[in-house]
Write a protein that binds this ligand. Structure first.
Ligand SMILES: Cc1cc2nc3c(=O)[nH]c(=O)nc-3n(C[C@H](O)[C@H](O)[C@H](O)COP(=O)(O)OP(=O)(O)OC[C@H]3O[C@@H](n4cnc5c(N)ncnc54)[C@H](O)[C@@H]3O)c2cc1C
Length: 379
């Protein structure tokens, strides 16, 4: 009976365990370092879980070519069919964001996870720190069972305080893979010479990320002014594009607070009313009165992204060249990697969970091939 170990009971690990338990005869060992499964899945989408996006395209990700290969195998329709087969009812908004109908992330965990299932062996509060392959089988720490296949699904330390992310994924050093250092993504920015008086202000604007003269990305939405920088979904998305730059010098954000008034004459308004208080947020207006600025081009010079503690995902991880089209690690037999621990990150809107679930679907398809274990080389 094939024994499969999954390292990490997060979004991708739970999804894979749900798919594999449909295959009679497979024993699934799910190793999880925390007390609970699906921690980030439950936190996602503000507790509503934006599980995928019907409008996903390869350029939503840092490696569009790799994303193309994934999307050729798994489409949003496939994702919907899978979740429906688990009994999850879903709803989508006009921007393609799909949520469970309950709008409660725990519902997603509940349809994926059944620790009582006879084929599932949960190993909770157990952190994998060592992995090696010997005599045709995989071994994890001093765990008494050896495995035919191991699936790496242990994510990244995004959104964790430094204490909890110490030694994160240290077992990977045993595998000698090319790994890109983690950088915070989907995160706000600290701003140089930040106007602290704006702290607490929330306004809508067109936000553009520039490097020198070059426009890197632009989006419209709500900006949140923090104590020393800016955040909000629009800014989080700018951070994903910022991370794609090799050289990150000379980056700044331009905010246009008059996004829907192209022909609006600011000078005429000022002349007639003596101030911009009828247009701008009071904190922005107070700043303008102290030191006038261009309200279509308010410049914020990027100092650096906020720390990993505040990031929704990590940029970096296992180089995508390390895996083949089935997400098998090329250097090792019967070893797979999926989800965020691969060097793949997407923008906000359900794209990261889509990637986690889509990669789990691809691995499941491969592991469920009838011939998968009959040809296994044994020494
Ligand atoms: C606050 C927040 C909101 C988010 N909102 C959204 C959203 O709305 N939509 C979206 O698409 N994405 C969202 N994301 C991102 C999304 O949650 C992640 O991309 C996704 O969970 C990644 O899935 P994963 O399976 O790769 O990793 P994870 O879900 O992080 O799971 C990894 C698991 O492995 C365990 N683990 C780690 N190391 C070990 C080890 N050595 N041994 C045993 N277990 C280990 C971890 O404890 C964890 O349970 C959000 C993230 C955060 C933090």
């Amino acid at each position: 009976m094939p024994k499969i170990a999954i390292i990490g009971a997060g979004a991708s690990g739970l999804f894979l365990s749900r798919l594999l338990r449909e295959r009679p005869g497979v024993e699934i060992y799910l190793f999880e370092r925390c007390k609970q499964v699906g921690t980030k899945l439950r936190a996602s989408g503000g507790g509503k879980a934006n599980i995928f996006n019907t409008l996903v395209t390869p350029d939503c990700y840092n490696h569009p070519e790799f994303a193309t290969k994934i999307l050729e195998k798994v489409t949003p329709k496939d994702m919907r069919i899978s979740f429906e087969s688990f009994g999850l009812e879903m709803c989508a908004d006009e921007e393609g964001r799909v949520y469970p109908l309950s709008e409660y992330s725990q519902t997603v965990v509940d349809v994926l996870w059944n620790p009582e299932h006879p084929q599932i062996h949960p190993v909770m509060e157990y952190e994998i720190t060592r992995i090696w392959h010997e005599n045709g089988q995989w071994h994890l720490n001093d765990y008494p069972t050896a495995f035919d296949t191991v699936v790496l699904a242990s994510g990244t330390p995004a959104n964790m305080i430094p204490k909890n992310r110490r030694q994160y994924n240290s077992y990977l050093s045993d595998l000698h893979l090319e790994i890109h250092p983690w950088q915070p993504s989907l995160v706000g920015f600290k701003i140089k010479d930040y106007p602290k008086s704006l702290s607490g202000c929330r306004v809508k604007a067109i936000a553009e990320l520039y490097q020198g003269q070059q426009l890197i990305h632009e989006e419209f939405g709500e900006i949140t002014f923090k104590d020393d920088g800016v955040s909000g979904i629009v800014i989080l998305n700018l951070s994903a594009y910022y991370n794609r730059l090799d050289d990150k010098r000379d980056c700044y954000i331009s905010l246009n607070f008059l996004y829907d008034r192209d022909s609006f004459d600011v000078a005429a308004h000022l002349q007639q009313h003596g101030s911009l208080q009828g247009i701008l947020h009071p904190k922005l207006n107070a700043l303008y009165e102290r030191k006038p600025f261009d309200i279509r081009n308010f410049i914020l010079e990027v100092e650096e992204p906020y720390d990993l503690t505040f990031a929704q995902v990590c940029h970096g991880g296992i180089d995508v060249k390390e895996v083949d089209e089935h997400l098998a690690i090329k250097k090792h037999p019967f070893l797979y990697a999926m989800g965020e621990m691969l060097d793949m990150d997407g923008i906000c809107g359900g794209y990261n969970l889509f990637f986690a679930f889509a990669t789990a679907l691809i691995v499941a398809e491969e592991l469920c091939k009838p011939s998968k274990y009959s040809r296994r080389p044994r020494r």
